[in-house]
Design a protein around this ligand. Sequence first.
Ligand code: ZN
Ligand code: ZN
Length: 250
Amino acid sequence: MKITILGSSHGDATPTRNNSAILVELATGTYLFEAGEPVCASLIRRSFDFGSLRAVFVSHLHGDHAGGLPVLLKGFLKYRKPHWHCAVHLPEAEAIPALEGWMKALHLPVVPEVLSFAPVVPGTFFDDGQFRVTALPTRHFGRNSAIPSYGYLFEAEGKRVLFTGDLSGDFHDFPALPPDVASVDLCLSEATHAPLEAIVAAIPQASIRRLVLTHIGPRWDGGQEHQLLAAFASHPFPTAVADDGDEFFV
Ligand SMILES: [Zn+2]
Ligand SMILES: [Zn+2]
């Protein structure tokens, strides 16, 4: 599976980083995690085949993770193959009629046979026979908040990837793997919301084979990435700080 970081920034875009979006490509189809701006433009600039897009998963409803959805879906509606279907999974059910309403206002036809929307539920909620996604609840909106947020475990081609989404201010909610999953081939972790010591302490050493840090905030952006890498230098897995356009093969 090929993973491309389309957007590696924290809450705001920067001169060199777009908002969150991660493209996963299999031989049989493509999948997106997050739809931060300018995801549609990023895909067009990569000559993306919108007809291959099978599903979109959003970790939580902050603008830097979902703000590009209407234009992304316009791209899908315009360039998809006939009879192709894309499933959009949002963490809050209330957002679905709101998004459908905004698309209607933009004169974008939402036909369920072409584009369907469904809320994310904890546990394994998506499996199309090639790609399996498990939602792992997190506490990005606060320990006592009822607003849902998720990390995702996704599996394909015999490989596993953990994507944390955005976490809490102390990383106490770093997603635990399901009991039957001993390790992941790659962990895509955010690196913005907690102090560096908390980030390092929360990321487990035993169950991760490779670490890519993304959702890069101003602490690390613009030449300070080496501080992040130095903190993981003695860990038993290779670590990278993502830049926009980076590709990882799992
Ligand atoms: Zn964010
Ligand atoms: Zn957020």
